[in-house]
Write a protein that binds this ligand. Structure first.
Ligand code: CA
Length: 364
């Protein structure tokens, strides 16, 4: 341990305990130097990007504050230390202690991780949070990541997204045929089976691709993030709802050995702070989306539209086929998918008589 690592901790400890020994012999309780931790965290996000990128900045800032400086985390934006989609591997092999990204980026490597992020027509933000923390989801998630030497935490959620920006009207399922659309993950596979061409692009390339006509449509997040990319200047039709991402959960992943090295109080600070980020991000997005929607509604060049019901029902049928194949092809996806859908059926019955019933009533 470098001496400068524990000087800050000693000042706090001496102040709290009134320890009369030389400073570097004092501790909160037992009179030994306070151990501090300086970690690196790689992410998939542009630096300090609203919502997604700020969530992990806030995580680091809050952990440092709550630990009185005993734990400092340096954040690296996507591509700065490792490519945006290699966060999982970097933390798994211990190149860095921590990572922040979206579990569905591990499709093809750990397919079942998608159940902890976004399944089309699946759990929304609060339902996912409930399943992970109270419905048995976290235990399954920990088991899934254990072979990769990783400990996962739910850490953020954009809440329900938008269907996306389109340069043509979608009046029937036939309008999806031949459509070139930026849409990742299972949603992209559903579009493919509906006759479209899904394309995966990082956020930074979406605007130019849409503006030049290289793609006909894109989904990104919702009003708050979409306007910051200027997508409203590259497409006319803005469709809702985001059937493909009803409430994608983000994850904080920690290398198992790094996690084991933390004392239990710092482990608790990390765990509790991750939960606070999920709550905080929902509030940020609710507020940011509401503000950006005002701008959208006032812009006569934007056509805000719901997808036709027939289109959504068709996409839902295809989703069932895609998820069934995923579950048949992979034992982990089968086990976790079964738990996911069992929970969805149960929680939806309650959502129908609470949130849905209330929002319908308030609208009348
Ligand atoms: Ca999205």
């Amino acid at each position: 341990m470098k001496r400068r690592d524990f000087v800050g901790g000693i000042a706090v400890a001496a102040g709290l305990t009134g320890c009369a020994k030389p400073e570097n012999e004092c501790d909160l309780k037992v009179g030994v130097p306070v151990e501090t931790f300086e970690w690196s965290c790689v992410t998939s996000w542009p630096s300090r990007f609203p919502g997604l990128g700020m969530a992990v900045e806030n995580l680091a800032e809050r952990i440092e504050r709550a630990s009185a400086g005993r734990m400092k985390i340096k954040i690296y934006s996507g591509g700065e230390l490792v490519p945006p989609f290699e966060v999982f591997d970097a933390v798994s092999r211990g190149a860095v202690e921590m990572g922040h990204n979206a579990p569905y980026y591990h499709k093809g490597k750990v397919d079942a991780a998608q159940f902890f992020c976004a399944i089309p027509f699946g759990l929304n933000n609060m339902e996912l949070n409930a399943w992970v923390h109270y419905g048995g989801g976290l235990k399954l998630w920990r088991e899934l990541y254990e072979p990769f030497n990783l400990v996962p935490f739910l850490c953020g959620n954009t809440s329900v997204q938008m269907g996306g920006w389109f340069n043509k009207e979608i009046n029937s399922i036939d309008d999806l045929k031949g459509l070139k659309m930026r849409i990742p993950g299972l949603g992209g596979e559903v579009l493919r089976r509906a006759g479209g061409t899904p394309i995966t692009l990082p956020g930074s390339e979406i605007f130019t691709s849409l503006q030049t006509g290289a793609i006909d449509a894109t989904e990104w997040v919702g009003p708050y993030n979409d306007l910051s990319f200027g997508l409203h200047k590259a497409a006319r039709y803005y469709y809702y709802p985001g059937w493909q991402e009803p409430g994608p959960g983000l994850e904080c992943i920690i290398n198992q050995d790094a996690w084991n090295s933390l004392p239990t109080d710092l482990q608790a600070i990390v765990e509790i702070t991750c939960q606070s980020i999920t709550t905080d991000m929902a509030a940020e997005y609710t507020n940011g989306n509401a503000n950006s929607l005002q701008q959208i509604l006032a812009d006569e060049n934007i056509q805000l539209r719901p997808f036709p019901e027939e289109v959504l029902q068709h996409l839902k049928v295809i989703t069932s086929e895609v998820v069934a194949e995923l579950m048949e092809s992979d034992p982990s996806s089968s086990k976790i998918g079964e738990a996911f859908y069992e929970y969805l059926a149960k929680v939806e019955a309650n959502s129908n008589i609470s949130e849905r019933a209330f929002l319908n009533t308030r609208k009348k």
